[in-house]
Design a binder for this molecule. Structure first.
Ligand code: FES
Length: 106
């Protein structure tokens, strides 16, 4: 039987970091560089064009799961990597409310 943590560890992630104008002005180059430090055979980092969420950038999207993060800083990256990509639990305080409305039961 496979444990949940083994399932998460076996996943392959795609992390898209918007580096278009608004997100760039908000510091997305540093966010991209911070994610690239964690690139591996299971974590692919990709620079993206505008994802249509410019007012809440820098925008980061994680697949699978279609998880959207907003206002991401380089300081948030280690937490997103360890908690979400390695632990399977999205970082709630950085979730984009347009795609992930607040649920007080969580
Ligand atoms: S510039 Fe990043 S979402 Fe539009």
């Amino acid at each position: 039987m496979t444990s949940p943590s083994a399932t998460v560890a076996a996943r392959r992630w795609l992390v898209q970091v918007c580096c278009h104008r608004s997100c760039d002005r908000g510091g997305s180059a540093a966010v991209l560089a911070a994610f690239r430090e964690h690139q591996s055979s299971t974590i692919l980092i990709a620079e993206s064009d505008c994802m249509g969420q410019c007012s809440a950038g820098p925008t980061v999207k994680v697949m699978p799961g279609n998880t959207w993060y907003c206002r991401v800083t380089a300081d948030d990256v280690p937490r997103i990597v360890s908690q979400h990509l390695q632990g399977g639990e999205p970082v709630r305080d950085r979730l984009h409310p347009r795609f992930h409305p607040f649920d007080p039961s969580l």
